[in-house]
Design a protein around this ligand. Structure first.
Ligand code: ATP
Length: 539
């Protein structure tokens, strides 16, 4: 993979030119003539990485590592400039299936076990020509490869459900991505939140994945230990959106010492590099010219960073490793594979619907069969039944009394479904966006399966509720009357959910709009259509 002169800007969208100018001045941003401020995040970065290699993207926080990773993974559209080629071919959606992207936050269903997570992903992502047994065998191979044997039957877990450890969760996320045997695996800070031993073990696994199957791996990393640092083949060091080093990781110390920067005390190379990228050079010797005129600390830091950026540009201009190598013209084997994968369409709509329904039901079963939920429906039905025990409709006062009961039924089901749905939108959106980006299934298959699964509690509990209350309150005992009352209750449940989704849709509109892509718009349309769901989703 090669990339050259990658630039990325985001519009910050201040409508008032005066405000835009103030913001730009305060944060050293460029102001467009149109009056909206632009943040220049990446300023012409280049590099390359070959099959079987690991490229580490390093730099201080906010330097643009994640942005670059997303661009390389084809996950950022908009104002991206530069040339990015995958086996000499520009990005196209058919390459999507040959790339795995492991996000910083592991987006995995908390109620599924490690094995279930991988099995459902295998059924959805692997081609239809593979048998179920072959897909299961692939999952077993990945579990063995990633040392997940010990926790294969443990739930992933989340904030309220105890589950696997951070390292195991990260390895499950990696397994989820390597199921489809991607040629390019991108990872955003895979070691964040792990202790140094787990982090090194993870990098060892990545190294094995890269070498054994000639995968290309690109990972952002904050501050690796010395041991981890030496496991990377290549390094791209970024400072304020500019590259200041690109080349073999083991050569970087030599490169900087040739520029006059050497640590004065024994230092972890990663720490040394981050100090350089921020211009914070305590215990590091620097070329004398940078100290000319005894600059103030802030100015000195800016000088160092500008000097390193300029040296890197010179080095790249001299044909160093800075920019991408000239691409060869012959499309590679991996690309042919990518195109074949595209044609090798995964399972059909109905199969997707079946797998998604099984997964959704498995994931939400605990919510559907929640004791509290059962107790609530039965308890309120009994209470109302006792209060309106054998109610009559003989005169106007008794009729009004029964209207009061109908009112309570409406209020109860409206509020129950409303509060339950409050948790659905933010929770589900994450998974849906991630899986749609990986092109795992059609949106309609998700919508249909989700609606079908959620219909279970949305029908079962109101039926149970009405079965108790209707006869205790002695409402009119005819089959049509009972069915109509039940239907009205079910409609209340569904419409109150739709209202909640609409409310969320409008509340989250500005945030979603700023980063909206096709998938998120798709998510919105699902929500608008009012997918049914359960009450209190636990994560
Ligand atoms: N959509 C956006 N709008 C405005 N600023 C953005 C946007 N996306 C990224 N940025 C800014 O771009 C800069 C680079 O962000 P990025 O997430 O790539 O940094 P990073 O190097 O990965 O940082 P970290 O190591 O802390 O994750 C940050 O200052 C961030 O605030």
């Amino acid at each position: 993979m090669q990339f050259e002169n990658v630039e990325y800007k985001v519009k910050l969208g201040a409508k008032n030119p005066l405000t835009a100018a103030k913001v730009a001045f305060a944060s050293h941003m460029r102001v467009d003539h149109g009056g909206s401020s632009c943040k220049h995040i990446l300023k012409g970065i280049g590099g390359s990485v070959d099959p079987g290699e690991i490229l580490a993207l390093m730099g201080p926080s906010g330097s643009g590592k994640t942005t670059l990773l997303k661009i390389l993974g084809g996950r950022l559209g908009g104002a991206v400039k530069g040339q990015i080629t995958y086996n000499d071919t520009p990005y196209s959606p058919c390459l999507k299936r040959r790339m795995g992207f492991v996000t910083q936050d592991d987006v995995l269903f908390p109620q599924l076990t490690v094995e279930e997570t991988l099995v459902f992903a295998a059924f959805l992502r692997l081609p239809a020509r593979m048998s179920k047994q072959q897909k299961r065998d692939r999952v077993d191979a990945i579990i063995a490869e990633l040392n997940l044997e010990r926790c294969r039957h443990t739930k992933i877990g989340g904030a309220f459900v105890r589950g696997v450890s951070g390292g195991e969760r990260k390895r499950t996320s990696i397994g989820y991505e390597i199921l489809v045997d991607p040629s390019l695996l991108l990872l955003d800070e895979p070691t964040s939140g792990l202790d140094s031993t787990s982090a090194s073990k993870l990098i060892v696994i990545l190294q094995r994945l890269a070498k054994s199957t000639r995968r290309t791996i690109i990972t952002t990393i904050h501050q690796p230990s010395s041991r981890m640092f030496h496991m990377f083949d290549k390094l791209l060091l970024i400072s304020e959106g500019h590259a200041i080093y690109h080349g073999k990781a083991r050569d970087c110390m030599h490169h900087f010492s040739s520029l006059g920067f050497t640590p004065e005390i024994p230092m972890n190379p990663a720490e040394f590099l981050l100090d350089l990228a921020t211009g914070n050079l305590e215990d590091i010797s620097v070329p004398g010219l940078l100290r000319d005129g005894s600059p103030a600390p802030q100015e000195f830091r800016s000088r160092v960073v500008a000097y390193l950026q300029a040296k890197y540009r010179d080095h790249a201009g001299d044909g160093g490793e800075g920019q991408a190598k000239q691409p060869a013209r012959r499309p590679g084997e991996q690309l042919r594979l990518a195109i074949r994968m595209r044609k090798d369409r995964s399972i059909n709509w109905f199969q997707q619907f079946v797998v998604l329904s099984r997964r959704t039901f498995r994931e939400r079963a605990a919510d559907y069969l929640d004791k509290m939920r059962l107790a609530q429906a039965v308890g309120v039905a009994l209470l109302l039944g006792l209060l309106w025990w054998k109610s009559q409709t003989g005169n106007e006062a008794q009729l009004r009394d029964q209207v009061g009961l109908i009112f309570y039924i409406c209020i109860f089901w409206t509020s129950s479904s409303l509060f339950g749905s409050v948790y659905v939108f933010p929770f589900e959106k994450l998974y849906l966006v991630k899986e749609r980006k990986a092109d795992m299934y059609r949106l309609s298959a998700y919508y249909a399966s989700s609606t079908l699964c959620d219909a279970v509690p949305h029908v079962v509990y109101p039926v149970l509720f009405m079965a108790i209350l209707y006869f205790m309150a002695d409402l009119r005992r005819t089959v049509p009357c009972f069915c109509l009352t039940l239907l009205a209750t079910l409609l209340i449940v569904f419409t109150s959910q739709v209202r909640t989704y609409l409310l969320f849709l409008f509340l989250s509109m500005p945030a979603v709009t700023s980063t909206a892509n096709g998938d998120e718009m798709g998510v919105r349309s699902v929500i608008i259509r009012g997918r049914g769901s359960c009450w209190g989703r636990r994560s």
